[in-house]
Each structure stands twice: as structure tokens, then as C-alpha cells.
Design a protein around this ligand. Structure first.
Ligand code: NAD
Length: 469
């Protein structure tokens, strides 16, 4: 799973040659500081503009170890000052010291009622672009369309989406991401903000995520370590690629993982389990009675499930003209039908109240892709499924979301022909493929109480891939 051009780029002689050929190459992405590892923002500076949400933004940045340059015209300055004192962090006015590079920008536009106010968004980000460090994070907060109270507010809500999508394409060559959080009046968005400001979201850009209101008892502190301790998680397709990294991330956050794969993958699966002290579970999701068998095993061997990650998936690529019935059948069965069957069984038998489900969709499902009618249908099917699920499965207050990876370096993408692979990697805002751990970080966020309030969403982890963006 090697990005050969990336390797050539790291050698001065070949880098020169690639540059002269005009090969697009992205910035090295910083993946070292994970969201929950101590203080991910230690000694970094963020620029903040917010009239209404001082408490949440201050808690997010200061508790993560960061410091703030506050825009001068912010109404709730006193709250920022008190919070800075509480966390012993620095709060500066918005005159940025010479040479100071900025790690992130938080621009809260949720109070905007007039289109003309968007000019502040333009000027704030416009003036900061040269001061952002590589791999910086821009997050804009806006009122959700459903929460809009006027024609102007509704148009502001979607105008910001257009702004963010375009901005993400302009800043991607420096490894900078730009994302949008849609909120309602009383949304607790500080944890989602923590994720999108941290390096855990390094390959997520140009996305909009809705954070709905939650009950007081469902609120959690930002950066709670080991937030999944005491939780049991089932991960399908766990023996390699993205599934393997999901097991690592969930274990790191304290979950007890049950790692499912086919018996043919036993040697890899045993290694993943040994490393994570996880329990292997052998099942073939292509078999008609797999859901029943899995549920039965779980009932006999666990006291309930808190997290399910439907990661197992296959590709059987061919144009529709050349596609065999078997390729169609297997892909729809494993990627979609098995997910629905297993969820239905687990929800009835073993899923606990307030459990979290994460499905692996794909940008191919959102945008379609040549030679992937079967795969795209299966992955698009998951989108409709989670939408229906959020509306109809309120019984246990289960939260379900999907992630839609773009080009991720795994054995699945290894099979793609060289030129197609290069195009898929480079034609994205970040100009490179993602790593399985990039997807795993988003899954871990969605599997944890940090994502409370985010339900029925499909979040792309695609580096701003141009397919359907
Ligand atoms: P992968 O091929 O490396 O791993 C897939 C895993 O699923 C393997 O462990 C495999 O053994 C397991 N699996 C396959 N069929 C199974 C079955 N019948 N029963 C049980 N397990 C089975 O793939 P990956 O790249 O790690 O992809 C993981 C998920 O992410 C898939 O759902 C895939 O569609 C999705 N995805 C991947 C990419 C990418 O670029 N790699 C992009 C978009 C979406």
C-alpha cells in the first residue's frame, strides 16, 4: 500500500523532476497529536470570533491546552477572560504577534441574521490566510437550515456551506482543512469542535456536520480520556485495512473490542486481537444466517453491546455491461443487506440503550463511480438506511451515522490500476490519499459520547476528493 509518487517526492532529485512535470503533491499531514492524547492544542494559538458561544469555544480550546487571539468586537469577552484564567491559558487581543503562526480559526456565524454580516467572515479569514500554519484547521459554526428564522438566515446557512467547500479547495495544498458545524439554539457542539480542530480530523475537509440539541445528562467534557472504558464494541471486517485501525482506535479509547472477520482471515485477525486484547469472532456476512449466529454468540458471550461498526465491505468492479450476477449479488449482500439484517437483530437482542452505530459508506456511494454500479448502489443504500433508521428506531435512543471515505491506502485500493489510483489520490484538496487511521479517528469520534447530538449524518473522510464534492 505505497504511494510511490509520495516517496519520490521525498527525495530532492526526484522531487525536482516531479515538480517540473507539474505533478500535484500535497503537504505532509500531521497525524501525531490525537484528539484525546493529553493536550492536543498545547502551546498552539487559535483565532476566535464568536458573539454567542464563548463558553463552549473557550472550554474546547483552553481545556485542550491552546491559547486564543480574540477578535476585538466579540461581545462575550468577559467569559473568554474568565475561562483563560481558569485554565491558565493566554488570551490575546486580535493583533497577532509577528511570526506567530496560527493553528486554527473558529468563526461563529450562528448569530448572523443579515447577508451583509457575511462580510466579517470574508474579512476575518481573508486577513488570516497568510498567518495559518501548515495543517491548520478552520471551523465555521452556523445556524442549521432547520433552525433558520427568516429567508436571510436560511440563505446564510447554505451560503456558508458554499464558502467552506470552496475554501477547503483553496487551502488544501497546505494541508489546511475547513469544516462547518451546523448548530441549533442549545446544541452542545464543543466536542465536535474539538474533533474538527484537532489533528484527528486531518483528512476530513469541506464537510458540514449537524450537531443537534442533547439532554444535560448526555453532555461530556471535551477531551475526556478513555471515554469508551466500560463499553463493548463490535467491529466487522476487523482483520486489516480500515477495520484493523478502528479496533486500535476504539481500544486506545478504552473499549473492549469484538473483532469480526471471516475464518480465512484468522492469522491477521489473531494479530489484531492480540495487540488490542480483543476477542475474535468468526463469521461470513455473505451467509444468510450470519446475523442470527452473530447475535447468538454475542448473547452468550457479552452482557450487551454499546458500539457497532459496520466496516466489512467488498468491491467487485466491472462496468454494468460486463458485471456478473454474482458480483452484483455479493456486493449488495455484504455491503448493505448484511448491515440491515445484523442491525435489526442486534437492536432487538443485544444493543444497549443509547448505543452508537457507525456504517462505512463511500464517496462512490454519494457521487457514483465508473465501474462501480454495484458498489455505489450498496454504499448509497446505507445513506437511505441511516436516514430511515434515525426517524424510526427511537426505541433505544440509538445514534447512527456513516462515514464516507475517499481514497484510502488499503488492500482494497491496492487493486486499482496505477493511473486511476494516482488520479484518485491527487484529485483532492489535500492532493493525497488518506490512511486507514484517518477513517478510524472519525469512527472513534462518532462511536463516542463526544459525538452526542450528531445523528443521521454522512461525513466524508476524503481529503476533499473532487468526486462529487
Ligand atoms: P479491505 O478489503 O482492506 O478490508 C475489508 C475487510 O472486510 C477485510 O477484513 C475482509 O476480510 C472483511 N470482509 C469482506 N467480506 C467479508 C464477509 N463476507 N464477512 C466478514 N468480513 C468480510 O477494505 P478497506 O479498504 O479496509 O475498507 C473497509 C470499509 O471501508 C469497506 O466497507 C469499504 O467499502 C469502505 N471504504 C474503503 C475505501 C478505501 O479507499 N479503502 C473507500 C471508501 C469506502
Amino acid at each position: 500500500m505505497q504511494d510511490m509518487i509520495n516517496q519520490l517526492w521525498n527525495t530532492p532529485q526526484t522531487q525536482k523532476m516531479l515538480k517540473s512535470m507539474g505533478v500535484p503533491m500535497g503537504e505532509k499531514l500531521s497525524r501525531e497529536k490525537k484528539m484525546w492524547s493529553g493536550f492536543p492544542f498545547a502551546d498552539e494559538y487559535f483565532v476566535v470570533f464568536s458573539q454567542n458561544n464563548a463558553e463552549q469555544i473557550a472550554e474546547c480550546i483552553f481545556s485542550g491546552g491552546g491559547n486564543i487571539y480574540l477578535k476585538d468586537d466579540v461581545a462575550q469577552k468577559i467569559i473568554f477572560q474568565e475561562s483563560a484564567k481558569h485554565y491558565a491559558r493566554k488570551l490575546e487581543s486580535d493583533v497577532i504577534n509577528d511570526g506567530q503562526k496560527i493553528k486554527g480559526v473558529v468563526f461563529d456565524a450562528s448569530g448572523f441574521t443579515k447577508v451583509s454580516e457575511l462580510e466579517t467572515l470574508y474579512s476575518t479569514i481573508h486577513n488570516l490566510l497568510t498567518k495559518l500554519q501548515r495543517n491548520a484547521k478552520i471551523v465555521v459554526i452556523a445556524k442549521s437550515l432547520a433552525a433558520a428564522n427568516s429567508y436571510e438566515e436560511a440563505s446564510i446557512s447554505t451560503a456558508i456551506k458554499g464558502f467552506i467547500k470552496s475554501l477547503s479547495k483553496e487551502v488544501g495544498n497546505k494541508g489546511i482543512t475547513a469544516n462547518l458545524l451546523y448548530i441549533e439554539k442549545n446544541s452542545v457542539f464543543k466536542n465536535a469542535l474539538s474533533f474538527f480542530l484537532s489533528d484527528s480530523s486531518v483528512y476530513v475537509t469541506g464537510q458540514q456536520t449537524l450537531v443537534e440539541e442533547v439532554n444535560k445528562k448526555d453532555r461530556v467534557d471535551c477531551f475526556t480520556p478513555q471515554i469508551l472504558s466500560g463499553k463493548t464494541a463490535l467491529v466487522t471486517g476487523a482483520s486489516r485495512g480500515i477495520g484493523e485501525k478502528i479496533c486500535d482506535a476504539l481500544t486506545r479509547e478504552g473499549a473492549k473490542v469484538i473483532a469480526l472477520d471471516r475464518v480465512q482471515e484468522a492469522s491477521n485477525l489473531e494479530k489484531v486481537c492480540l495487540r488490542n486484547q480483543a476477542t475474535p469472532l468468526y463469521a461470513d456476512l455473505n451467509e444468510a444466517d450470519s446475523a442470527t449466529k452473530i447475535s447468538q454468540w454475542l448473547q452468550e458471550n457479552t452482557s450487551g453491546l454499546d458500539i457497532v461498526v459496520h466496516n466489512a465491505g467488498i468491491t467487485r468492479d466491472k462496468t454494468l455491461k460486463k458485471m456478473s450476477q454474482e458480483s452484483w449479488k455479493d456486493t449488495l449482500r455484504i455491503n448493505l443487506e448484511a448491515v440491515i439484517e445484523l442491525n435489526t437483530k442486534l437492536e432487538k437482542d443485544i444493543l444497549k440503550q443509547k448505543s452508537k452505530i457507525v456504517c462505512l459508506s463511500s464517496i462512490a456511494g454519494l457521487a457514483g463511480n465508473f465501474g462501480q454500479t454495484n458498489y455505489a448502489a450498496s454504499k448509497a443504500g446505507l445513506v437511505g438506511y441511516i436516514e430511515y433508521f434515525t426517524k424510526n428506531a427511537k426505541r433505544k435512543d440509538i445514534q447512527i451515522n456513516a462515514v464516507a471515505p475517499g481514497f484510502i491506502e488499503t488492500s482494497m485500493t491496492e487493486k486499482i490500476p496505477f493511473v486511476t489510483k494516482e488520479v484518485a489520490r491527487r484529485f483532492s484538496s489535500l492532493m493525497q490519499g488518506g490512511l486507514p487511521e484517518d477513517v478510524a479517528e472519525l469512527v472513534a469520534f462518532l462511536a463516542s459520547p463526544h459525538s452526542n447530538g450528531t445523528n443521521g449524518q454522512v461525513i466524508r473522510v476524503c481529503g476533499g476528493n473532487l468526486i462529487g464534492a
